[in-house]
Design a protein around this ligand. Sequence first.
Ligand SMILES: Cc1ncc(C[n+]2csc(CCOP(=O)(O)OP(=O)(O)O)c2C)c(N)n1
Length: 648
Amino acid sequence: MTKSSPTPLLDTISDPAQLRHMTPEQLLQVTQELRSEMIDAVSVTGGHLGAGLGVVELTVALHATFNTPDDRLIWDVGHQAYPHKILTGRRDKIRTLRQKDGLSGFTRRAESIYDPFGTGHSSTSISAGLGMAVGSDLNNEDRNCIAVIGDGSMSAGMAYEAMNNAGGMDARLIVILNDNDMSIAPPTGALSAYLAKLVSSPAYRGLRETGKKFASHLPDFVFDKARKTEEFARGFWAGGTLFEELGFYYVGPIDGHNLDHLLPILKNVRDAKTGPFLVHVVTQKGKGYQPAENAADKYHGVSKFNIVTGAQTKAPSNAPSFTSVFASSLIKQAQKDEKIVAVHAAMPAGTGLDNFAEIFPERIFDVGIAEQHAVTFSAGLAAEGLKPFCTIYSTFLQRAYDQIVHDVALQNLPVRFAIDRAGYVGADGPTHAGNYDVAYLGAIPNMVLMAAGDEAELVHMVATAAAFEEGPIALRYPRGEGLGVDMPDTAKILQLGKGRILRQGTSIALLSYGARLGECLAAAEQLNALGLSTTVADARFAKPLDADLLRQLAQNHEVLLTVEEGSIGGFGSHAATFLAQNGLLDGALRFRPMVMPDINIEHSTQNDLYAQAGLDRAGIVATALKALGNEKEASRILAATNQSKTLS
Ligand SMILES: Cc1ncc(C[n+]2csc(CCOP(=O)(O)OP(=O)(O)O)c2C)c(N)n1
């Protein structure tokens, strides 16, 4: 290890181009400072730590080698891009990561010219990079396009669709496969085993042992023009047959923490002026921070933490999370019914199904980051009489729309969709918000749609889905803790298309679909205090709608509000269609559907996002008052809660 100079080099870097004039020793020093800076920043913001720590050397080597931002550097998922952000002019804002008005936790075109492509969802980088490579060619611009993709993200079909396309057109694209042998959890599937085989090859082990001396000579040798025939250059070190067959020059595996390996190899790949290349880089998630290296999840996502001990600060909770209630309810159902199986897409802890896996290891399927496959795989299970709970976050289920339509719903197969993270999710921002599932699922014949008003309802909905055999059924629930209601001793099977009334009034009706129910109840208190007798009902189902309940609410109140944590086109639209088609909007009723506004709201806390959207209690009260023509009181209430009036 070289001695660090007294002035932190990181302090002198305002532009990554400066890295291109540094000595290898200085670059090494930058990696050390970058790692410390990142640990320090994330300890106060929380966020994705392990992935970024694993690519510190790679980030420095890429910016030192390529002419960013003219060369396009695309980070898949974008959760590992914190070191990249620090080096690309955002160091002064790094402690605002994921906070309101602060830096995004992912790459964003609007945030920096060094972020050529916005990310959040995985496995898009090769497609985007290929598009940029081809686009640059068509524009007669000479640039490199580099996609950095993790081994976990390589489990998605889209990555192969892109490689198939790139290999077939000899595109000048560089794919860096960042192989840390981890997804959020240990990766599953044949690809992971294949990569492990490459990494355990004698060539890779030999290279690591021989070290710097050998590596510094190797690239010239590998890329010797005379020898650079396809047979020779492709898969030279350890095979890499899969990638060769897809038409890539395979280089690797190489040690992704060793600048002496990375720098000359990246330079040679850059100067080869041909492609496509796949550079297989081996890294360690959480590298250089002991608590992360030791953690089972390698500190994939963390809350604020103590740097010395690594202990994370968890907010005290008053109620179990929806996710944990879902998981424990499913376990109970599975104990009674051996046909119940669970499917998820690389999210064991996020979905709570890690607990299910411990009890039923034979009945859980982690299919990797492969949501489309997860859905059709579940359809296959259902076709054989099993009862699959296909458990996917709302935002990621978007990927599998055709599979839901074509493979599940058209065949009326009883796949149970457990849709976590419905509504705003907070710090992860708009890429991860679960806005659309009610709208996109509600358009499909044969779908039954439920949303849990509280955690007790979720217990019943899991039981209802388990018992429902007639076709597909979905239940949605939000991120975070429940409303703190009493939990039922037994799970009951709900009557299809039947909602419930929680409090009866005469003037205003609040019909909630989902977990805004708590805010509706609080709003009703406030409205009652203003002398407006308020009913609160929980629709439970968006499909089939509770026609009797809707009719009754419409006929017996002056104002009817629907409230949901979903976009336009969801529950409110179904209710509006029913009311209009049945003449219930022809009279005095003032109907106001309250939905997530038609804009992407940037990351903030969940509560703040709901306030900005006008979907908190103040927003509900104000909407009811406005419907009654009392604009003044509505404005007073909104002003009192500092709510953004632009959105309400
Ligand atoms: C389509 C999609 N599904 C799931 C996720 C959630 N997710 C974020 S990172 C990640 C693991 C990625 O693993 P890998 O690509 O190996 O990167 P690493 O974190 O190991 O660096 C997952 C499953 C996502 N972002 N996008």
